[in-house]
Design a protein around this ligand. Structure first.
Ligand SMILES: Cc1cc2nc3c(=O)[nH]c(=O)nc-3n(C[C@H](O)[C@H](O)[C@H](O)COP(=O)(O)O)c2cc1C
Length: 202
């Protein structure tokens, strides 16, 4: 049975959507069954409209399905991608996680293989803290964290965040570091490890 990977992202202005798409491409290349889904938007229309890039991104991705609890049960592995919000996960991700008490209580989130990615406007603007905040929740699920560490030389050319690939976004919304290959390595590694864990359970 093929490994099932859910790539779950939140993005206001497109960065984390791009990271998620690179992860999708790489996870698919391993032969895994892959779903790309987004955390539901919670911000009021007035906030979205205050930033034309945010509104444009919401419209451009309106057909991307929203993640559901069923997706969480379905997947063997998760790759999360979320922008930093003051060094923490966006409320959109937290709110969704906070609906999963039933799945968690039923043991349905245990032994999932996970890794996470992030972005911020500054090079040290909270990317590491955001990923580690997200991983705190994963420990409570009994998930298996498959961070990239320094398992490939691409870590060194992409900023060297061992917890998960992360990137700096400039004022124009462009990524400062070249992280595509790091994302692809991370996604391949997460899907591969999930395959090992799944095979070990059969
Ligand atoms: C409410 C809020 C808080 C933020 N906090 C920080 C921060 O503390 N440090 C930082 O460098 N960037 C911060 N940012 C910038 C975002 O992390 C950045 O816009 C995001 O990573 C871009 O990703 P996206 O294009 O996927 O939305 C913040 C943005 C918002 C809206």
């Amino acid at each position: 049975m093929s490994t099932k990977v859910a790539i779950v992202y939140y993005s206001s202005t497109g960065t984390n959507y791009q990271l998620a798409q690179w992860a999708e491409e790489s996870a698919k290349a391993t032969g895994a069954e892959v779903k790309l889904v987004k955390f539901p938007e919670l911000a009021p229309a007035a906030a979205i409209d205050s930033n034309p890039a945010w509104r444009a991104h919401v419209e451009a991705t309106k057909d991307v399905p929203e993640v559901t609890p069923d997706d969480m049960e379905w997947a063997d592995a998760f790759i999360f991608s979320v922008p930093s919000r003051f060094g923490n996960v966006p409320g959109q991700a937290k709110q969704f996680f906070d609906t999963l008490g039933g799945l968690w209580a039923g043991g349905k989130l245990a032994n999932k293989v996970v890794s996470a990615m992030s972005s911020a406007a500054n090079a040290h603007g909270g990317q590491e803290a955001t990923i580690l905040s997200l991983y705190t929740t994963m420990y409570h699920w009994g998930a298996i964290i498959a961070g990239p560490g320094y398992t490939d030389p691409v870590a060194f050319s992409s900023g060297g965040n061992p917890y998960g690939t992360s990137v700096t976004v400039d004022q124009e919304g462009n990524m400062v570091e070249g992280v595509e290959e790091a994302v692809k390595h991370q996604a391949k590694r997460t899907a591969t490890i999930a395959g090992w864990v799944k095979a070990g359970q059969q």
